[in-house]
Design a protein around this ligand. Structure first.
Ligand code: IPM
Ligand code: MN
Length: 354
């Protein structure tokens, strides 16, 4: 098949890790006789430097025309000035909005070869396999906000509509159906009106459309606790934008390294956006030591969710698993040892795909 990828390498280690993902996708294309094209576009801090805008219009146009977008990372100390007009992160929020990427899938499945890297006891983490479905274009991130004239108060508002809750719950329920058939919805309905609407709408969708899926609700503060006390008890977890942001950072510690976790942001219609969960890691940028596996696994998600190439996606995931099984480690997962380079890790994955 033919597919167009737009790459948004961004800042820090972003260019290094997206280069490895591109290499892996190229290997998949050659092996399976697909025609993949790649176009790189500026986004984030680098786009602020060049165009004064973290998300230039030409980048949005290219993304819209793509089948899938692969993002590295954005941000860094250079653009941290609190008085600046804009920030690299604004580009990320804008592209989610522009492409209508309302569903953010964040799978958390500790790799069995790295279980010792987890800060939690291995017997507690072993067997964990959670898919977080985070609502991404609504809630407090995008509700009305402002600062009073005298600058002495400010507000941000969490707003959800029935339609927004229905569509994200459906995505999560479909995912649960194809997994272990268990969905947990997380809210703060004991306090927030918006959560009471979320809970009511979610319950109705589940009862009317997914009676076969085991459904439960958990308050967000309790969920923060359960996640480290009994992570194995969850299958698919659906929640709003900010709760999802916080809980997925917490969950990212279960596998022990941020360097392994991919994420997919999907809209309907339009291309999906795929990225590692980790940030731009400016402290190690340009040194060739970043872990490319999260971005490589994100490109596997692109093969699966945007191109429907399940077998190819599985082959990339198996290649990553085999590289880890063979002891290849970048420094972040090397437990004090030297570790292989970013490029060497990418090469190892490519070699195992072929
Ligand atoms: C994430 C990030 C972003 C978010 C920031 C960088 C805007 O933390 O993707 O989780 O809060 O959504
Ligand atoms: Mn986050």
């Amino acid at each position: 098949m033919q597919a167009r990828f737009v790459l948004l390498p961004g800042d820090g280690i972003g260019p290094e890790v997206t280069a490895e993902a591109r290499k892996v996708l190229t290997a998949v294309a050659t092996l399976h006789r697909h025609e993949f094209s790649f176009e790189e576009k500026p986004m984030g801090g680098i786009a602020i430097d060049e165009f004064g805008d973290p998300l230039p219009a030409s980048t949005v146009v290219a993304c819209r025309a793509a089948d899938a977008v692969i993002l590295g990372a954005v941000g860094g100390p250079k653009w941290d000035d609190p008085t600046a007009k804009t920030r690299p992160e604004a580009g990320l929020l804008a592209i989610r909005q522009e492409l209508g990427l309302f569903a953010n899938l964040r799978p958390v499945k500790p790799n069995r070869h790295l279980i010792e890297a987890s800060p939690l006891r291995p017997e507690l983490v072993e067997g964990t396999d959670i898919l977080f479905v985070r609502e991404l274009t609504g809630g407090i991130y995008f509700g009305p906000s402002g600062v009073s004239d005298d600058g002495r108060s400010a507000f941000s508002t969490m707003v959800y509509s029935v339609g927004e809750v229905e569509r994200i719950v459906r995505i999560a329920a479909e995912a649960a159906r194809s997994r272990k058939g268990h969905l947990t919805s997380v809210d703060k309905a004991n306090v927030l009106e918006v959560s009471r609407l979320w809970r009511r709408v979610a319950a109705k969708v589940m009862e009317e459309e997914y009676p076969d899926v085991h459904y439960e609700v958990v308050l967000v503060d309790a969920m923060a606790m359960h996640l480290i006390a009994r992570p194995r008890d969850f299958d698919v977890v659906v929640t709003g934008n900010m709760f999802g942001d916080i809980l997925t950072d917490e969950a990212s510690m279960l596998p022990g390294s941020l360097g392994l976790l991919p994420s997919a942001s999907l809209g309907d219609p339009g291309p999906g956006l795929y990225e590692p969960i980790h940030g731009s890691a400016p402290d190690i940028a340009g040194r060739g030591i970043a872990n490319p596996l999260a971005t490589i696994l994100a490109s596997a998600m692109a093969l699966r969710h945007s191109l429907g190439l399940e077998a190819e996606a599985l082959s990339v995931e198996a290649a990553v698993d085999s590289a880890l099984n063979d002891g290849l480690r970048t420094v972040d997962i090397a437990a004090g040892a030297k570790g292989v380079s970013t490029v060497a890790m990418g090469d190892a994955v490519v070699a195992r795909i072929n």
